[in-house]
Design a binder for this molecule. Structure first.
Ligand SMILES: Nc1nc2c(ncn2[C@@H]2O[C@H](COP(=O)(O)OP(=O)(O)OP(=O)(O)O)[C@@H](O)[C@H]2O)c(=O)[nH]1
Ligand SMILES: [Mg+2]
Length: 321
């Protein structure tokens, strides 16, 4: 009985000639799935897209925020932008599927993001709807709420979240519905404050960091406590988080409702318009190279002298110059 040659290998006369394997002839098309950190770095290098890192307790609304941006772009220009493409379209679609009422559920429910998925990056290209400016790109990083819990529990886990340091916009989602609940408010508030403190203790946020604290599910906060009390909650949160304001370049506290309940008066994507504009339009951090001086070692060769003479500003000099 003859044996079947392996795919991609042609052996016409049983000789040793080997054709190009099929795998090498295939063109690598993007899968459209969310990007892992290494792939996201490629996009970053190629486009310099700003990174928006979404962090928050489990079920605080991170993935729903992403899904709501994607949904917003499906219907019409969103926040004055048209979507011009995405390398992670299928990932967006998958995240949206469960959270759409159209999926058949009575209330939309977003699938939980699993810890084992790591940090997933979603890519979007947008263009202003008047088409007067070039296409801009954005990378949004979504992670399981368990990363947040880990960072609350241990400084080592916090330091492991290096993506926070690289973020152009660090977006901290705090469940506004829980802030409006008698039973859950104190715990939610304490954890949110602890995370901010830990970020600073572990030097995760530099003085040029931009931080957005989003009070999510604002429709629930309004339904639970009424408009006046909800305003009071917002005022209180602004006061509490203002303690961190002077340590970063900008800190804002905003209420949002990415996917409000259908009985709510709030529109889907409530509060996201101007956030999205800032994330897209503001130049990424550290566009100007950071000066890192080299230690001055013993001058042993003519090249050392040459370097010191020609580019003296690159070396750390003693107080005597
Ligand atoms: N009413 C209301 N529900 C919301 C809103 N945003 C999110 N939710 C719901 O809150 C639940 C949790 O949202 P997710 O987006 O999965 O939360 P997450 O932060 O990604 O959670 P993990 O992946 O577990 O960390 C989902 O059932 C959403 O439908 C909102 O604006 N209003
Ligand atoms: Mg999620």
């Amino acid at each position: 009985m003859g044996t079947t040659p392996p795919i991609g290998h042609v052996s016409p006369q049983g000789g040793a000639e080997v054709a190009t394997p099929v795998k090498e002839m295939l063109v690598d098309l993007p899968l459209g799935k969310p990007l892992a950190e290494a792939e996201a770095s490629e996009v970053l290098r190629a486009s310099g897209a700003p990174i928006v890192v979404l962090a928050g307790a489990p079920k605080s609304g991170k993935t729903t925020l992403l899904a709501s941006l994607h949904d917003g772009f499906q219907r019409k220009p969103f926040a004055g932008y048209l979507v011009a493409g995405s390398r992670t379209l299928i990932g967006f679609e998958e995240r949206c599927f469960d959270s759409r009422i159209a999926s058949g559920g009575e209330t939309p429910v977003t699938q939980r993001t699993q810890l084992k998925e790591g940090i997933l990056f979603y890519h979007v290209k947008v263009r202003r709807e008047d088409l007067n400016s070039p296409v801009k790109q954005l990378l949004l990083a979504d992670m399981s709420g368990e990363f947040y819990e880990g960072a609350l529990d241990s400084a080592t886990a916090m330091r492991g979240l290096t993506i926070v340091r690289r973020a152009d916009h660090f977006v901290h989602l705090v469940d506004g519905g829980k802030l409006a609940s008698k039973e859950l408010s104190a715990h939610t508030q304490a954890n949110a404050l602890m995370l901010m403190r830990r970020c600073f203790e572990e030097n995760m946020l530099d003085s040029d960091a931009r931080v957005d604290i989003l009070l999510t599910k604002w429709d629930i906060a309004l339904a639970r406590s009424g408009e006046e009390k909800a305003e009071e909650i917002l005022r209180r949160q602004r006061e509490v988080f203002s303690a961190f304001e002077r340590r970063v370049s900008r800190l804002r506290v905003r209420p949002i409702a990415a996917r409000p309940h259908y009985k709510s008066d709030l529109k889907p994507g409530y509060g996201l318009d101007d956030l999205l504009q800032c994330w897209i339009e503001e130049p990424p951090r550290k566009v100007t190279p950071q000066v890192r001086r080299l230690p001055l070692v013993g001058l042993r060769s003519p090249f050392d002298w040459f370097a010191l003479h020609e580019v003296a500003e690159l070396f750390v000099r003693g107080s005597d110059g």
